[in-house]
Design a protein. Sequence first.
Length: 345
Amino acid sequence: MTDDARDETERHAEIGPELAGRRLDQALARLFPEFSRSRLQAWIREGRVSLNGTAARQRDKVSAGDRVLLHPLIEEQVECRPQALPLDIVFEDEHLLVVNKPAGLVVHPAAGNPDGTLQNGLLFHDPALAALPRAGIVHRLDKDTTGLMVVARTQLAYQRLVAALAAREIHREYRALVLGRLNRPGRIDEPIGRHPTQRTRMAVNPLGKPAVTHYEALETFRKHTLLRVRLETGRTHQIRVHMAYIRHPIFGDPVYGGRLQLPPGADDALKALMRGFGRQALHARRLGLSHPVSGQAMQWEAPLPADMTALLEALRAHARAADEGFGEDFYTAFSEQGYEIDDPD
């Protein structure tokens, strides 16, 4: 999920005697009948409900006089119309298609992004997708994350893909360039929910939903590591939040990445390349699933986008130059190996 929603004015309420002894979610359903029980329960899990000034749990019992504060999160309903947009379709049959999403492409319309989204392009490519929820999109990538997404083309495929996703039967593997050197594989098992004070961010939150991320190093540089990352769950911003939590944020992440850190000895060319990258270095590299109708095992791969490839090549050249004793004369070493970098001046 990306920036596809807006906060409404916070809601205050006091528990009356008729609700005393009820579970919090039951009381909220009575206090705020304009929202469904499932939506209220989700907001409790995301930390959007406090009881007497502290984070609340769904099973908490309420008492007369308790004060409730609710921060609703209401998605803007934006009409989605077909638009002729270039789509990199990796696979397509009558039941599903697989798309390689570029950086900068929002998945579906919302406030601030009324059109020009992947969903607009899908509706132009196949108008029949209008009969499916969100044109058959069953999972998302953030605007500036690149890589593979699966889209259903029939109601049967949609239902089975959603079920497979919930059952963790869709396998997703990512490439992520992170800050710092990681030499051992690891597993992060920390719940993710809405940040308690910064409502547009996600965070490791004990009241959030379970989230599990596996990672292993593929390549290490002077001050960064290229990781293979595998998801067990699919929470909002999961990889970005989990890597920041273990103090190895994804390079270029504008929300969770912190300040830019350059490798020692980087010359002006490498500095310019890293400063100009402009997004999180995260790519959905591999997607595997059983076909929702035939049951056939299927897998697709998408090569790294050009900006990540250039960044990794520059870091490799810098690391080689340092190992070979070139030191500060990185630009010469980089050029001699056949790479081209524009002079920042």
